[in-house]
Design a protein around this ligand. Structure first.
Ligand code: NAD
Length: 314
């Protein structure tokens, strides 16, 4: 096999600009912003992720406290944290019950402290392409869910966003395939990219949907077309970007489906692309995104503080 034309781009390199920005802001604050993480499951990988969040947060000038609680006490603990003025942001490590109760618990987090951007108002604003909480003054930006936001920032870094086009249309002409339609990442991501002008094929285990703003982007926000008859191979052949998030070590996106020169990004914990040959097709390959996600989580925390007039400088 000849040496590949494509390049691997690491999340740490992409995150650097944002982590530098975070340090420069936190170093000027009179008090360190405080993030609290609630862990109510026994999953060792959730605990590892939580500890890693703590380490990264502290290294960037934030205070981080991990609170381990029993499931039954979680709701009460969230309410206490909502009412505690010393706490600026709250993150809950899911799954807790692994059913609809988890969505309820997520909504218990105060909108003023929801660093993950999963409050109903934020999600609804995102789906409707409403970018500010105060639509009249446009001073308070709505919070975007941190993993989809991380992928947007990665696409900006990789040059997929066309800066010659106006804000909100910068993905015009781009086609993206996303293999994952979870409520936390895949579906919001498809909506965000389509709202920015892309044609997005959203693939899950059952079917393929198309998210788009219509011919010439005449729609203000995206529409969803169900039951696309094309196959994964058909939509991949048109795609400038392929994003995967399948939570299985057995899943591999077929390299032969990737268009020559496409950009491939994986956000699953497992490697969804075949590393032996993905760069034979892909121009740029991002194998993991966690470091950018955490930078976005902390960026959201500062934005929440700004929205609530709590960013006091020395
Ligand atoms: P999920 O289980 O809620 O969703 C998985 C999605 O993949 C579903 O839409 C499902 O239909 C689809 N899927 C599964 N098998 C498929 C197949 N063979 N073909 C097509 N689609 C298939 O999971 P999630 O919460 O979205 O997390 C997915 C992965 O992303 C996990 O590995 C998780 O750890 C990771 N994750 C990473 C970050 C990050 O910032 N790095 C953040 C959140 C989640």
């Amino acid at each position: 096999m000849s040496s590949p034309a494509g390049k691997t781009i690491l999340a740490s390199k992409i995150a650097k600009q944002y982590t530098d920005e975070l340090i420069s802001i936190t170093s000027k604050l009179s008090k360190k912003p405080r993030l609290v993480g609630f862990l109510a499951n026994q999953d060792p990988s959730a605990k590892m992720y939580a500890e890693w969040t703590g380490k990264t947060s502290r290294s960037l000038g934030f205070e981080y406290e991990l609170v381990e609680v029993e499931k039954e006490n979680l709701e009460e603990e969230i309410y206490k944290a909502n009412a505690n003025d010393d706490i600026n942001g709250i993150i809950v490590y899911f799954p807790v019950y692994n059913n609809r109760q988890d969505q309820y618990l997520q909504q218990c987090v105060s909108i003023e402290k929801d660093v993950e951007g999963l409050n109903f108002t934020y999600i609804s604003n995102m789906y409707h392409n409403i970018r500010f909480l105060d639509d009249d003054l446009k001073q308070k930006k709505s919070i975007l869910p941190c993993t989809p936001l991380a992928i947007v920032k990665i696409l900006e870094y990789l040059g997929v966003y066309n800066n010659l086009l106006s804000y909100g249309n910068k993905l015009y002409g781009k086609t993206v395939t996303i293999v994952n339609r979870s409520e936390i990442v895949g579906r919001p991501l498809a909506a965000l990219l389509a709202n920015d002008g892309a044609t997005v094929y959203s693939v899950d285990i059952n079917d393929i949907q198309k998210f788009e703003r219509g011919d010439g982007l005449h729609l203000k926000h995206h529409r969803v077309i169900d039951n696309i008859k094309e196959s994964l191979q058909d939509v991949a052949a048109k795609s400038d970007v392929i994003i995967t998030g399948v939570p299985s070590p057995l899943y591999k996106f077929p390299t032969e489906f990737i268009k020559d020169g496409a950009i491939c990004i994986n956000f699953a914990s497992e490697k969804n692309f075949n590393e032996d040959d993905v760069k034979q097709r892909a121009s740029l390959y991002v194998p993991m995104i966690g470091k950018v996600t955490i930078a976005m989580l902390l960026r959201n925390l500062l934005r929440l503080m700004a929205n609530n007039n709590k960013l006091e400088e020395n």
